[in-house]
Design a protein around this ligand. Structure first.
Ligand SMILES: [Zn+2]
Length: 287
């Protein structure tokens, strides 16, 4: 949780010129906060498949050969290491094993299990944990002071302690459009209706990005349901309560949807994938 924020903090720790590092006020710290430090780069790539390309890695390698601009180190933050497939990763392997003295890589991923062993064996892992509701509230109020309180509370509920996710909920219209779909999903699952599920998935037409966002939002709702069942107090709205599922079904649905996110990274026919999802979900929730 807060992976990119943490990576930037770590970059400050390395480059800070103040006494107590990171001081937050020296020129290096301030530039990193503003995203203008020439030696701290966030490397991301939007591709159709959602995976990082070999070309992305080649550009990165070429950039690593250039000396830092004004510091002792050049810091590369790669926020989605889980999106690097084998061929892209193999192209990076040598650079990762024997990086130039001036290069530091900060790689992030949502979950260590989503990384290949070849990656995991070559890094020092640092695990991050969810923020508390109070921390999230303070963070969102500072970041979105002008938004209505209810909207911030909705994001807080769904983001499960992940500040980056909450920011996306509040700034990308896809997420608010999907909110209704998540409610329809819960309704369809409670009704165990094949037809309603199929209708829901066909509403995405050709929009891959909307489906990926929908899966993420639905997963958060399901995890919230699971926490509620385990007796953790949550503010789960009635429209998202899945009272017709057993705990086992809920767990199976969560792991199925987690796996399904990979389906959209392949070149499989999009409409077929949607039908497959509707059918498999329906099969998993039947009594
Ligand atoms: Zn500093």
């Amino acid at each position: 949780m807060g992976k990119k924020t943490f990576a930037r903090w770590f970059a400050k720790l390395i480059l800070c010129k103040g006494e107590t590092k990171p001081c937050g006020v020296c020129s290096a710290c301030r530039k990193i906060t503003a995203g203008t430090h020439p030696d701290v780069q966030i490397w991301e790539e939007e591709t159709k498949s959602g995976m990082l390309s070999v070309g992305f890695v080649r550009d990165l390698r070429r950039d690593c050969a250039i000396l830092p601009n004004e510091s002792d180190y050049k810091i590369y933050i790669i926020p989605h290491m889980e999106r690097m497939n084998d061929s892209a990763f193999n192209a990076l392997l040598k650079t990762l094993e024997e990086p130039s003295k001036h290069v530091v890589f900060l790689l992030t991923a949502p979950n260590p299990d989503e990384l290949a062993d070849t990656v995991r064996s070559r890094v020092v892992p640092i695990q991050l944990y969810p923020l508390t509701d109070a921390q999230m509230e303070a963070f969102l109020t500072e970041r979105f002071p002008d938004l209505p309180k209810e909207q911030r509370e909705g994001a807080l509920l769904f983001a499960n302690g992940n500040p980056g996710l909450a920011v996306r909920f509040l700034s990308d219209p896809i997420f608010s459009e999907n909110q209704k779909r998540v409610e329809d999903f819960c309704k369809a699952v409670n009704a165990k209706s094949d037809y309603a599920l199929l209708k829901l998935f066909s509403s995405f037409e050709r929009d891959k990005k909307a489906v990926s966002a929908f899966l993420e939002q639905t997963l958060e709702a399901l995890r919230l349901s699971l926490r509620a069942r385990a007796g953790v107090q949550t503010k789960l709205p009635p429209s998202l309560v899945l009272d017709r599922l057993t705990q086992k079904q809920l767990l199976e649905l969560i792991s199925f949807l987690e796996e399904s996110r990979q389906l959209f990274a392949t070149n499989a026919n999009f409409q077929l994938v949607l039908c497959y999802l509707a059918a498999e979900i329906s099969r998993r929730v039947q009594a």
